[in-house]
Design a protein around this ligand. Structure first.
Ligand SMILES: [Zn+2]
Ligand SMILES: [Zn+2]
Length: 257
């Protein structure tokens, strides 16, 4: 199993998880043309994709998902609440195979087992995921305002972890956002800041961890070095061992083998 990102942040998110010929997109906040362009950098074509999972209805995750699915005839998986809130993104007269998931029930798509889990975020039924090929577990958590015991239970023992480090608390407080937006981002239904991400990481069994990537960084309220510093302190590793999912070009393939 390997994974890569096409981009991460409030201007669009999209992650690829691959096991043999099964290739899943997690979220699609970019236009179909942009996704094709970004897939090319990973030597992938849209025809090679198996399906799309959508975590929640916010633009940066869902905006392009249904257009891409309609154009390339791909099935979509998402929670009932997310589907309800995503109606505006579904192209008229499009015939998309939509699969409703329960956020506590595991399922498989071909070679990949998927474990959904609910998170606190200001969306209708936001769901995050772990992926497994039977040998390795990849955990993904973005768009969560706070951690929960359930999140910790799900994310413990991962071989790879993509973890939101949205903002630095000081930068958010002193930054350019208007007060209501500062309050929303920093709330328990908003986004994880560097220190909260680090505190969550510290509670996990990281003995198998081969990849840690900070994701969904705010362009205005965070810096890569701050996120790297927060996570590397927990893992007692070099700062450069912590990867960053960039807005413009995500990150290149990461493999477990
Ligand atoms: Zn987001
Ligand atoms: Zn969101």
């Amino acid at each position: 199993m390997r994974f890569a990102s096409l981009g991460s942040g409030s201007a669009g998110n999209c992650l690829v998880v691959e096991k043999a010929n099964t290739r899943l997109l997690l979220d699609c906040g970019f236009s179909p043309n942009e996704v094709v362009k970004r897939l090319q950098k990973l030597d992938l074509t849209p025809e090679q994709m198996t399906g799309i999972l959508v975590t929640h209805e916010h633009d940066d995750h869902a905006k392009g998902a249904f257009k891409f699915a309609a154009k390339y005839n791909l099935p979509v998986w998402l929670s009932h609440g997310s589907l309800k809130m995503c109606q505006r993104y579904i192209p008229e007269s499009a015939l998309i195979q939509i699969n409703i998931i329960d956020s506590h029930t595991q399922f498989s798509i071909e070679n990949i087992q998927i474990n959904p889990y609910p998170v606190p975020h200001d969306a209708r039924e936001p769901t995050q995921f772990t992926f497994s090929d039977g040998n390795h577990k990849l955990g993904v958590l973005t768009d969560a305002g706070s951690s929960t015991a359930h999140i910790e239970q799900i994310l413990t023992g991962c071989d790879g972890l993509v973890l939101e480090c949205n903002h630095d608390l000081n930068m958010l407080e002193n930054g350019p956002y208007a007060w209501p937006l500062k309050k929303r981002v920093g709330s328990r239904l908003g986004h994880l800041d560097n220190q909260s991400a680090a505190a969550l990481l510290a509670k996990l069994d990281n003995s198998k961890l081969k990849h840690i990537i900070a994701a969904h960084l705010s362009a205005k309220n965070n810096r890569s070095d701050l996120a790297k510093n927060a996570l590397s302190q927990v893992l007692n590793c070099a700062q450069d061992w912590v990867g960053i999912a960039q807005q413009d070009d995500g990150f290149a393939w990461r493999s477990f083998n």
